[in-house]
Design a protein around this ligand. Structure first.
Ligand code: ATP
Length: 138
């Protein structure tokens, strides 16, 4: 079995979409192995988004991600990393396919950062690294 770190980002949390996102994860057949609401500090976010350091959207992304609470989850199930990314849809919510979380629930809001509701790990290595950042107690 595989684990993924999923975040309902501040836009999704503020819009009350946490339950809808978790519902889709469970309906797909994955298990919520751990769950919490967190206000992330910039140190955590710099570590979480280390691969994007230096890109023009890096600082706005960190500012956005620390602008309000997020819901963090450890999702478990065979191939759940790829499976959740399929549920999430493509990064740009305006172009994301209907049926996906971003395609059904997201759109552009005219800012520098793509407010795209969710994050999901992109590999087993990132998942374990990210779970260590968001769930150091596990
Ligand atoms: P995530 O990692 O959040 O699931 P992703 O893998 O589709 O999404 P990444 O390329 O890892 O996207 O980028 C991380 C986040 O940075 C995106 O989810 C989005 O919020 C923001 N982002 C990415 N590219 C851009 C961009 N060109 N302009 C503005 N924001 C961006």
């Amino acid at each position: 079995t595989e684990r993924s770190l999923v975040l309902v980002k501040p836009d999704g949390y503020a819009r009350g979409l946490t339950g809808e996102v978790l519902r889709r994860i469970e309906a797909k057949g994955y298990r919520l192995a751990a769950l919490k609401v967190v206000s992330a500090d910039t140190d955590m976010l710099h570590r979480h988004y280390a691969e994007h350091e230096g890109k023009p959207f890096f600082e706005p992304l960190v500012a956005f991600m620390s602008s309000g609470p997020v819901c963090a989850a450890v999702v478990e199930g065979d191939r759940c990393i790829e499976g959740f990314r399929t549920l999430a849809g493509s990064t740009d919510p305006t172009g994301a396919a209907p049926g996906s979380i971003r395609g059904d629930l997201g759109r552009d809001w005219g800012k520098k950062v793509q407010k795209n509701i969710v994050h999901g790990s992109d590999s087993p290595e990132s998942a374990e690294r990210e779970i260590g950042i968001w769930f150091p107690e596990l």
